[in-house]
Design a protein around this ligand. Structure first.
Ligand code: ADP
Length: 502
């Protein structure tokens, strides 16, 4: 007898930076329905990015209802809800009314850069890195909370009296889904606040003191996989357990089944986000990569190393919008294929500086090796290769930091549709690059965490079996050629460094 639908459908809420999405998955991991709403961004000043928390909730709720309706499922049919979310985005609200006291400060917002410089100057970098795995940066939630307490009238005193609650977007959604009964966040989201000790797996009093965040604001930390709460029955018509919560990159790692040390996923979008699973060891990086908690479940905590490329698909957008070389991003592949190689052209798209492992905010975009014979096709090919070179540079740091060899690379995101890029990536890395059949790794990861916790899947091996490769790219290029072009790439990177310095 097949299982009744009541036990086999999982609702994933995928609350991203630019949209709220909801997907209904069946027990085979198939997507039965998807609903999506755009999320408006608010830019009050240069460098500031906000969102309205009520709109985050309203769009998420609307998509959940829409996805359930179009899949033809009612609340009693849904075994569990899994939540995955844009990370670090910070909400502070009143416990009594559930009303936010300010707009959400989005992860991209740089307004607390000055505060971060002060923390750095006061010598807190080591304490923060040792406890959280993070480098001091405006990206993380802690200083965003501090900013709200400093700039909203009476907020500090109210926070100390326990009248306010802080949460990243997962916590905010759980609060709303439970009608304000439950204030929790999962361990992966907590690990992005700069307040959470990833070794002790607890909020750190010392860090709260350093950053200036009263403990009374903080949510209870729950496992990423496990029943965290039940929805208020008024919302969907029946109570549904919320059984999986993870930040978007961690959820994608789980969805891609990177659950053994050394396995890496890379998401190729506007930028690239890479995570390497490092098992139950807390990774420390000598290259200023981030150590982060991957997930907590079944009484175990697993960790990952994280690195990102600032400009990846954005370089292709620049070819399209800045240079007008192509009309659409996918056209770049045919153009790049029209030449056998870049003919010695190297493009370093350091538009906003360089991240790991170079860490030079003054680097600027540079094109080296142009000759009379250089054409737009060579530039297109060099732009694609740059995405792969930058990825390889970070993966080299990860291999060294983790002391674990890379077994393969699992990929997702818009730019992975480019076969030329994927082949070149495999060539550079010398390991297979595998594109997943199911493109929705992030939502799938949230569904897997939730469904596994309530018994839709009773064994991790079942999840592994649901992950399927769409295509694997095997390395083909001779290693001496890889070494030669990589050395040339690094020479081009050296020329890009420091250019923007006054
Ligand atoms: P994001 O989630 O960051 O918006 P997506 O996963 O939707 O990104 O991917 C879009 C990015 O991928 C864009 O930057 C675009 O330039 C790039 N892109 C899309 N298709 C291709 C392609 N065929 N080859 C290379 N880059 C592409």
């Amino acid at each position: 007898m097949p299982k009744p639908v009541a036990q086999s459908v999982v609702l994933a809420l995928d609350q991203g930076t630019t949209s709220s999405r909801a997907l209904v998955f069946d027990a085979d991991g198939h997507v039965l329905s998807v609903a999506q709403r755009e999320l408006p961004q608010i830019y009050p000043h240069p460098g500031w990015v906000e969102q309205d928390p009520e709109v985050i909730w309203a769009t998420q709720l609307a998509t959940a209802r829409e996805a359930m309706a179009s899949a033809g499922v009612a609340a009693i049919d849904v075994a569990a809800i899994g939540i995955t979310n844009q990370r670090e985005t910070t909400v502070v609200w009143e416990r009594a009314t559930g009303r936010p006291i300010a707009n959400a400060i989005v992860w991209q917002d740089r307004r607390t850069a000055g505060l971060c410089e002060r923390l750095q100057a006061e010598g807190h970098a080591d304490a923060i890195q040792q406890r959280t795995g993070l480098v001091i940066d405006a990206y993380f939630s802690g200083t965003k909370v501090r900013w709200i307490l400093d700039h909203v009238d009476g907020a500090q005193a109210r926070a100390e009296r326990g009248e306010l609650a802080f949460g990243t977007v997962d916590a905010w959604l759980v609060w709303k889904l439970t009608g304000g009964r439950v204030h929790v966040t999962d361990a992966s989201n907590a690990s992005r606040t700069m307040l959470f000790d990833i070794r002790q797996r607890a909020w750190s009093d010392a860090l709260c003191e350093i950053v200036g965040v009263p403990r009374a604001l903080l949510p209870t930390v729950v496992p990423s996989g496990g029943i965290a709460a039940e929805c208020d029955p008024a919302i969907f018509g029946a109570a549904i357990p919320i059984a999986g919560i993870a930040g978007d990159q961690q959820a994608a790692l789980f969805g891609q089944r990177c659950t053994v040390p050394g396995r890496v996923k890379n998401t190729y979008g506007t930028g690239c986000f890479m995570l390497m699973h490092t098992g139950d060891r807390v990774p420390t990086s000598r290259h200023r990569l981030l150590g982060t908690l991957a997930w907590q479940r079944d009484g175990r905590t697993e960790y990952a190393l994280e690195g990102s490329v600032f400009v990846a698909g954005a370089a292709i957008q620049w070819l399209r919008d800045g240079l007008g070389l192509i009309a659409t991003a996918p056209e770049v592949e045919a153009l790049a294929r029209s030449v056998p190689d870049t003919d010695g052209v190297y493009f370093v798209p350091a538009f906003t500086g360089l991240g790991a492992p170079h860490w030079d905010p003054h680097a600027r975009g540079t094109i080296c090796g142009i000759s009379r014979g250089t054409t737009r096709a060579h530039l297109a090919r060099a732009a694609l290769e740059a995405i792969a070179f930058q990825t390889a540079d970070i993966l080299d740091c990860m291999r060294a930091d983790a002391g674990i060899p890379l077994s393969d690379l699992r990929v997702d995101g818009g730019a992975t549709r480019n076969d030329l890029l994927m082949q070149f990536q495999a060539d550079l890395l010398g390991v297979p690059v595998t594109r997943a059949k199911k493109p929705e790794s992030t939502a799938l990861g949230a569904a897997f965490l939730a469904g596994r916790a309530v018994g839709v899947w009773t064994d991790d091996a079942q999840l592994d079996a649901l992950w399927q490769a769409e295509r694997t790219f095997e390395p083909e290029m001779a290693r001496d050629r890889v070494e030669a072009i990589t050395a040339k790439w690094h020479r081009a990177v050296e020329r890009a460094k420091g250019w923007g310095e006054a």
